[in-house]
Design a protein around this ligand. Structure first.
Ligand code: HMG
Ligand code: MG
Length: 294
């Protein structure tokens, strides 16, 4: 059966806006996060403390957090790749972080400037220190199904990377289909290789239109945290074939139909995406946004 309730992990402000070619003003980001909190989001991934030259779109992380009106009961995790990033996040008062590992050698190199093996040495002190400070740490694994340079990715390799992150002290593992090539049978096969589904979250990009089908397959496997971005914003600047994440609206429409609770108000969500698409000057790729935009 399906879970009664799930958590939608909203990544629009981070995964979405990191991939905009234009730099979105911090006021727009703040309004986006406010609107999403009003719509009922429980987790709003806010930004990244990465090198500003690597992701100039999120170079305003300090200002964003200083000005953010953090709502009680809402979590605002941020991405942190290394100790320098952790120092910045701690100084900004962050309580929730995510590290982001690669399942493949090529993407570790392109996204982190590290080998597959070296990435763990970079993350280890981050997780240890963050846990000692009482922070919660999520671990992402990218390229879980396919890699634009290496092709199909062996499930054993994904599980090995994931296990190292859990052993390090991550409380949750978000399995990323960074380039959106997975199909539901592959998703079920990968999820089934972990000892327990409990710490697993899923992160689908919608490049091939499979994100919702893959999410449904994940729910059937017992996954209760699903990543999505309002209006389908998103991608990854270091993986060119990646497009936007699963649109939160598409997810919410399906969950409402299934009777799976999630706490997000669809009307407020669609209003937010309509507004954002005006700001960005392009329509949302989400079918639900297009159908409901009025
Ligand atoms: P590097 O060049 O190897 O860094 O980059 P380094 O450790 O050699 O340091 C070089 C200089 O950068 C030093 O300065 C550091 O202080 C500085 P210097 O001493 O030369 O003056 N530096 C920093 N400054 C600010 N903040 C920092 C920081 N770190 C070092 N955090 C690094 C390594 C990891 C920093 C770089 O590769 C990087 O920033 N990568 C981030 C790429 C990224 O954000 N990608 C997108 C997120 S992943 C994603 O989207 C996938 C996901 O959605 C899941 C999925 O879809 O699969 C999560
Ligand atoms: Mg992503």
């Amino acid at each position: 059966g399906l879970p009664e309730r799930i958590t939608i992990w909203e990544v629009g402000a981070r995964d979405g806006l990191q991939n905009e070619s234009a730099i979105v003003p911090v006021d727009v980001k703040l309004e986006f996060l406010d609107r999403m909190a009003d719509a009922g989001s429980a987790v709003l991934e806010a930004t990244s403390f990465v090198h500003p030259k690597w992701v100039p779109q999120l170079a305003d992380a300090e200002e964003l957090l200083a000005r953010l009106d953090q709502r009680p009961g809402v979590r605002y995790p941020v991405l942190v790749p290394n100790e320098r990033g952790l120092d910045r996040a701690l100084k900004a008062g962050v309580r929730d972080i995510a590290i982001f590992a690669s399942a493949t050698e090529t993407f570790a190199n392109r996204n982190l400037n590290r080998t597959l093996d070296e990435q763990f040495a970079m993350f280890e002190p981050v997780v240890t220190r963050a846990r000692a400070e009482g922070l919660d740490v999520r671990g992402y694994v990218s390229m879980c199904f396919g890699d634009p340079w290496e092709g199909p990715v062996a499930r054993e390799q994904v599980v090995a990377v994931g296990k190292r992150l859990l052993d390090m002290g991550c409380s949750q593992l978000s399995l990323g289909d960074t380039i959106g090539v997975a199909t539901p049978g592959q998703v079920k096969a990968l999820l089934g290789m972990f000892d327990s589904v409990e710490p697993l979250a899923v992160h689908f990009h919608d490049t091939y239109g499979q994100a919702l089908a893959n999410t449904y397959a994940s729910l059937e496997c017992g996954v209760t945290t699903v990543d999505a971005s309002a209006g389908g914003l998103g991608g990854c600047p270091y993986a060119e074939s990646a497009t936007g994440n699963l649109a939160t609206e598409d997810l919410v429409w399906m969950l409402d139909g299934l009777g799976v609770q999630h706490g997000v108000d669809l009307d407020k969500l669609v209003d937010t995406s309509k507004w954002m698409s005006g700001v960005l000057g392009r329509p949302s790729p989400s079918g639900v946004v297009r159908a409901l935009r009025g």
